[in-house]
Design a protein around this ligand. Structure first.
Ligand SMILES: C[S@@+](CC[C@H](N)C(=O)[O-])C[C@H]1O[C@@H](n2cnc3c(N)ncnc32)[C@H](O)[C@@H]1O
Length: 278
């Protein structure tokens, strides 16, 4: 998804139109999601931003170019400026999984690729996975596609949910995956999941009791959260363990991985925890 080398053709075209000191500042990195490009653009290049985007789009054969913004809010919506094109809905293929999404409105992080691939390996055929923060199926589609796991995918944002449903059909896993457009706090079933995905950050700890109620008496929970560096490596497992104990569960840490840097001094971390009802 991430490309490192500026194409000579881009430089050649733009060096005829931009002052030489600005040509040096042209982005050398960009992210490609399907046929949409996300370009980080320096402030100095702003007066030329639409033309720059047009040239990148033509040379890289993309239908839209967005300028990188921030991801924020409960539904983790990215904040992008559309620099070129008008259609930001695309299909991105990764690890044999098709993800249809609107890049301008739905988060799809290149840095989470390892985790999406890892989830395709950890799932077991036939087990029941509940994905509490499904998005477009980022983490759970690979489990159904590659491991034939059964998945209940819960997503509360209606626009994101639309793509989750489309992706289930696009990947031909409609017999394995059941989507629910609801807040996971209202999900009624208890004691059903062999595995629970908590692919969310910042306030994920508030959802631990719900995850435990969805999990079987013995289950694996993939608990994501953001952690200030000074609290690592104890966190985030210490919080999970404390809450689980309050609700009558023993815990065993199976694995812990850093997903990516979230903000200066703050990391997005995932811990795999086996829980046992006491
Ligand atoms: C950033 S996405 C993460 C997708 C995927 N789990 C991953 O880790 O790559 C989180 C999704 O959770 C959804 N979400 C947030 N709070 C929720 C809740 N209480 N119930 C259901 N979905 C929720 C958001 O709308 C968003 O689509």
């Amino acid at each position: 998804m991430r490309t490192q080398v500026i194409k000579p053709r881009i430089r050649e075209i733009l060096s005829k139109e931009l002052p030489p000191e600005l040509v040096k500042l042209l982005p050398k990195h960009w992210v490609r999601i399907g046929d949409v490009i996300i370009l980080p653009l320096r402030r100095e290049l702003e007066p030329y931003r639409e033309r720059i985007a047009e040239v990148y789009a033509e040379v890289l054969n993309a239908k839209a170019v967005l300028r990188k913004g921030h991801i924020h809010g409960e539904t983790r919506k990215p904040d992008y400026e559309l620099l070129y094109g008008d259609d930001t809905i695309t299909v991105h293929v990764e690890n044999g999984v098709k993800y249809k999404l609107d890049v301008a409105r739905i988060m799809f992080s290149p840095a989470n690729v390892k985790e999406r691939v890892r989830m395709a390996r950890v799932a077991k055929p036939g087990e029941l996975v509940v994905d509490m923060f499904a998005g477009i199926g980022h983490l759970s589609l690979p489990m159904a596609v590659h491991r034939k796991a059964r998945v209940i995918a819960i997503e509360k944002d209606p626009y994101t949910f639309r793509f989750l449903v489309e992706n289930i059909w696009l990947n031909n896993v409609q017999d394995l995956m059941t989507p629910y457009n609801m807040d996971n706090r209202d999900f009624p079933a208890e004691n059903i999941a062999d595995r629970v995905l908590m692919g969310y950050v910042v306030t994920t700890h508030e959802f631990i009791p719900k995850a435990l109620s969805i999990a079987k008496d013995e289950a694996v929970i993939h608990y994501h959260n953001t952690v200030p560096e000074r609290l690592m490596p104890e966190e985030p497992f210490a919080t999970f363990k404390r809450v689980a104990r309050e609700y009558g569960y023993e815990t065993e840490k199976l694995n812990e991985l850093i997903i990516k840097r979230y903000a200066p001094g703050v990391w997005h971390v995932v811990v795999d925890v086996r829980v046992y009802k006491k």
